[in-house]
Write a protein that binds this ligand. Structure first.
Ligand code: FMN
Length: 249
């Protein structure tokens, strides 16, 4: 197993960091790695906003639902889908790019590009001995986040990433069975096989939580997912995205 694969397979989210900032060189390396990711048709439809300002970090930590590791970390990145610069490109080149920029397809391209860049950044940071935690909590209140970050129309902040020197040692969370995620040649539709695999996975996760919490928690994965999915959240998203002139048709 090479070192990169070891790094990837050792991933766990880190939520407690030393009080030590990343250097500009480290930030540049992480962003360069993000930028090296593949990008649909070379479109590069994303931006990354790094937050250094302490007050802004504190404000964001509040907005994401009081997650203090958003304020206390080595650096905080926000990944955005971004078609704003493509609007400018249309103006420079005198072409009507607006219907395309406003399509669901191009919004998806922005989401995919941003996610690919972010995961490259995550792996780069982890390979440097740093820990990371993605923060979807910024989508709790995008109107306010947009004000803090001053994002223009056609730019949607998608998630943050706290990066820093890890204080905690946390366990690796076991993932779904291989057969559940990887299908060969066609989608495996056997409900019976699915349910059997889920049962096995539930047992694994239940004992994982039990060991980790000294018996306080034993939840099954299916239980956890059903409880989460029973509640709808961030239902304002479609309106927000469309108000920002993306995903319109
Ligand atoms: C897009 C995205 C958003 C996330 N948002 C949060 C968050 O707001 N707060 C948090 O503590 N963890 C967040 N996470 C981390 C997940 O909870 C974590 O990745 C998952 O439970 C698996 O654990 P692991 O990363 O330790 O393997 C997020 C992960 C992703 C990919």
């Amino acid at each position: 197993m090479n070192d990169l694969i070891k790094t990837i397979l050792s991933h766990r989210s880190i939520r407690q960091f030393e009080d030590k900032l990343l250097t500009d060189e480290q930030i540049k390396t992480i962003v360069s790695c993000a930028q090296a990711a593949s990008t649909s048709s070379y479109i590069q439809a994303y931006s990354i906003i790094g937050i250094k300002d302490k007050e802004k970090k504190k404000k964001l930590a509040e907005l994401v639902g009081n997650q203090d590791y958003v304020a206390n970390n080595g650096h905080f990145f926000v990944f955005c889908a971004d078609l704003y610069r493509h609007q400018l490109i249309g103006e420079i080149e005198n072409k009507n790019v607006i219907p395309s920029i406003e399509s669901t397809e191009k919004f998806m391209v922005g989401l995919i590009d941003a996610a690919l860049a972010a995961q490259n950044a995550a792996i780069a940071a982890e390979s440097m001995g740093l820990g990371i935690c993605y923060i979807g909590g910024i989508r709790n209140n995008l109107e306010e986040v947009k004000k803090v970050l001053k994002t223009p129309e056609r730019v949607i902040p998608l998630f943050g990433m706290a990066v820093g020197y890890p204080v905690q040692e946390t366990d690796i969370k076991p993932r779904l069975p291989f057969e559940h995620v990887y299908h060969e040649d066609e989608y495996e539709q056997s409900q019976e096989a699915y349910l059997k695999q889920l049962k096995g996975y539930d047992e694994l996760i239940s004992s994982y939580y039990e060991q980790r919490t000294g018996g306080l928690r034993k939840d099954r994965w299916t239980e956890q997912m059903a409880n989460m999915l029973e509640r709808q959240n961030r239902m304002y998203m479609k309106d927000f995205v469309q108000k920002n002139k993306l995903d319109l048709h």
